[in-house]
Design a protein around this ligand. Sequence first.
Ligand SMILES: [Zn+2]
Length: 366
Amino acid sequence: MSGLCDPSYCCPECFTDDWLRDTIETLSQHVGDCAHCGSKSVRLLPALDLRDAFENVMTCYSQVMFGENMSPDEDPTEVGEYPAVLMQDDFGIFSDLLDDSDKQAELLDEILWRPQHKGSGPGFDPSGLYTHRETLFDISLGDEWDSFCRQIKKDPTAQWEYDNIDRWVTRTACSVPAGALFYRARPGYTRKGRERLPHSGTEIGAPPLSKCKPARVNDEGQRVLYCADQSHTAICEVRPLRGEYVSIGQVRLTAPLQIADLVNKLEAPNPFTTTVLRHEVEIHKVLRAFASQLSRPLDWRDDETDYIPCRYLADRIRAAGLSGIRYGSTMDRKGSNVVFFEVGCGEILNSSLVRVSEVDVKYTIL
Ligand SMILES: [Zn+2]
């Protein structure tokens, strides 16, 4: 069959999602033109064949119902959205070739409820408005976490009511092998006669207990080993001035360790195949909120309480039996940092001295 342009068929080019594209390529038995995205001579699949997958995505949403998930004084058009819009916002399923929500809705109707076969879709109302809310008082875990962050800044002894952090973060656990290299930087150098030498050994390792200032994941007097994955990131993290000398030391891990990796292990659940999708999406969002909390640029000169939620997280990650955390760098957006809870986990190798030739500043006018 060739040249087919039947709206009950769709093609891989209708979607950006890799799993969906692969599924269509694998199951397709026809080549033709796609009535939805306009692609020519592409593999086509009956849209109905994607129904189970899309019904799984729909488990994230509930239809807007007065009294159930919407109070009488709310406007349904503000509480709810059309499913295609929600899916696109949440998962970016449709490709740019379906560049307006009407085209997306038409394809979704073909998948979940074929217009010419009314009632064939179980429990899907094509003209209904849908919401993430299951009940009137439904608050997402992410919102609960944000609200807890505000609370713990006022009361550092507060405990989070919904705290399953230890279970959640173990999903991001990754092994760092013995011998893995990390970098530490320290402004300045040691002078020997007229010679400038980089700080080395214990001078560039974790500071002694008496000099441990409170920082992102440690309280005053609590020793941890902050490192970066890349030397460039380590230099950026000490916020050097232009022309300043910075010593960089390599740290080699002496034994394999399990850490929470909030940079590389935050994979979003597959919306088409993940069971209990709504719950999994919530956990993914809250893990992303943790990652964002840990890598947020903080101005400790203004408000040291900004670090309190990070320390709470670090304590919970430590209690989960993990030995450190990888988090995005505040000062080098492409870089990442690792903090190890035990300072003795790495040995300091050679260090070198660099001079910062340029500092790039970008800003927002407030
Ligand atoms: Zn298409």
